[in-house]
Design a binder for this molecule. Structure first.
Ligand SMILES: [Zn+2]
Length: 282
């Protein structure tokens, strides 16, 4: 209504207004010419600063990374460096050599895992206590170490539970992780695997055989075997409580450290299956 009255019939309106509109339009163009570059500059600065923030990643030191949680299936990278973890696993103890192995590990500030045999535990209960006291992991490795008894006669779970009880009496901890004598394949079939699962036990084979059972006279060959085979970010190393293995230990630890490995013990809270048969429930 207002525009009709003032604008059209008399003719004054448009004439009066035209110069005003032109003036405003010019003013707007001038303002735009001034303000647009300034605005653009501000937006550009803002974008640049946020982009810079996004490209700067916080540096996390390796010490802040929880080492026990690492496993074969979960390889983690920190600042572009893949963490490498080695699990040293000693079988068939405790033996007369265990104290020397413990001393060697202590000297090199390394933790390991010991899979013990029931009858050996009875002979050296104090040694078992000292393994636990030093912070190593202890797991059952059966009572008989006999293939037919464990797998054909299906005594795997009863024997492991028996050894678990022995370890619990000495260390106050019921370990879950077992190491199958001769490895899980072909001994552990589906039905034994089911029994193991029901008993809430776990199974770990190994990724590197040190061949210490083969190179009985050569610590050098044992060390060479382990170090040359260590390639994956996580390695589980099979060792036995033997003199050649004890002699090879400093070279093994030094060689693996040189390749960037840290040493860890099994963590029951972060289990990941690692068995030759690839049973996901073990
Ligand atoms: Zn064994």
């Amino acid at each position: 209504m207002d525009s009709y009255n003032s604008g059209n019939p008399i003719g004054l309106g448009p004439r009066h207004r035209k110069p005003k509109r032109k003036y405003f339009a010019k003013l707007l163009i001038v303002l735009a010419m001034i303000l647009l570059p300034i605005g653009g500059y501000i937006v550009y600065q803002y974008l640049a600063s946020t982009q810079q923030q996004a490209s700067v990643k916080p540096v996390q030191s390796l010490r802040e990374v929880p080492t026990p949680n690492l496993d074969k299936a979960r390889v983690e990278k920190w600042n572009g460096i893949t963490k490498k973890v080695a699990y040293l696993t000693f079988e068939d103890g405790p033996t007369a050599l265990t104290p020397d192995i413990l001393k060697s590990l202590q000297d090199q500030e390394v933790k390991a895992t010991f899979f013990l045999i029931g009858s050996n535990i009875d002979e050296q209960p104090d040694v078992v206590r000292s393994i636990a006291k030093a912070g190593h992991y202890i797991g059952p490795h059966s009572e008989t170490h006999d293939y037919d008894t464990l797998y054909k006669k299906k005594q795997y779970v009863p024997e492991m539970l028996q050894v678990q009880k022995q370890i619990k009496q000495l260390t106050n901890h019921s370990p879950l992780l077992t190491r199958p004598p001769y490895g899980s394949t072909p001994g552990i079939n589906k039905s034994i695997a089911k029994e193991i699962e029901q008993a809430k036990l776990r199974v770990w084979d190994w990724s590197i055989d040190s061949m210490d059972w083969y190179y009985k006279d050569s610590a050098k060959e044992v060390a060479k075997t382990v170090i040359s085979r260590a390639e994956d970010p996580v390695e589980i190393i099979l060792l036995h409580e033997q003199p050649q293995t004890l002699r090879a230990l400093p070279a093994i630890v030094a060689g693996l450290k040189k390749k960037g490995y840290q040493f860890s013990i099994y963590d029951e809270d972060f289990h990941v299956p690692y068995n030759f048969a690839k049973f996901s429930n073990l």
